[in-house]
Design a protein around this ligand. Structure first.
Ligand SMILES: O=C1C[C@@](O)(C(=O)O)C[C@@H](O)[C@@H]1O
Length: 148
């Protein structure tokens, strides 16, 4: 099984962003932890981050056919990243939307998503553990699909 994690703009500088929303853990440390989790269960995890919507679209075009589930944090593209949503649709890849901060508590534009209603589910607000939770949710989803 292959899980692809996609992070949108500014997610590569997590440790320099608002600590109350994102904590202080660099993305590299989160990535390593999730990849180890994957390895321990025989699951391949790749991750991709870009500050450019088009780069994310092209990455999905290149790798979409190899992916079973996407965990995506569209970051500020959550409100308008239509081309990413359409790229995911081309390959019909089930996806889980994640946000490290509780976007509903933050309100305003943070609380608006064009992705949520198309997602398997949404995980928000658990800082770095958001990704662990989405990983476990992906496995449960894939196993549920296998057994149904
Ligand atoms: O860049 C981000 C990060 C975010 O997606 C989060 O992980 O909480 C929330 C978004 O509103 C914001 O633009």
């Amino acid at each position: 099984m292959n899980i692809l994690i996609i992070n949108g703009p500014n997610m590569e500088l997590l440790e320099r962003r608002e600590e109350n929303y994102y904590g202080r853990i660099p993305w590299g440390d989160i990535e390593e932890r999730i990849k180890n989790l994957g390895r321990s269960q025989g699951i391949d995890i790749t991750s991709y981050q870009s500050n450019y919507e088009g780069d994310i679209v092209e990455y999905i075009h290149k790798h979409g056919q190899e992916v079973d589930v996407i965990i995506i944090n569209p970051a500020s593209l959550t409100i308008n990243g239509y081309s990413i949503l359409e790229a995911i649709n081309i390959y019909q890849i089930p996806f889980i939307e994640v946000h490290m901060s509780n976007i509903y508590q933050r309100g305003g534009w943070h609380a608006k998503s064009i992705f949520s209603k198309h997602a398997i589910g949404v995980v928000v607000g658990f800082k770095d553990f958001t990704y662990d939770m989405a990983f476990h949710a992906s496995i449960l989803y894939l196993e549920g699909r296998k057994n149904s």
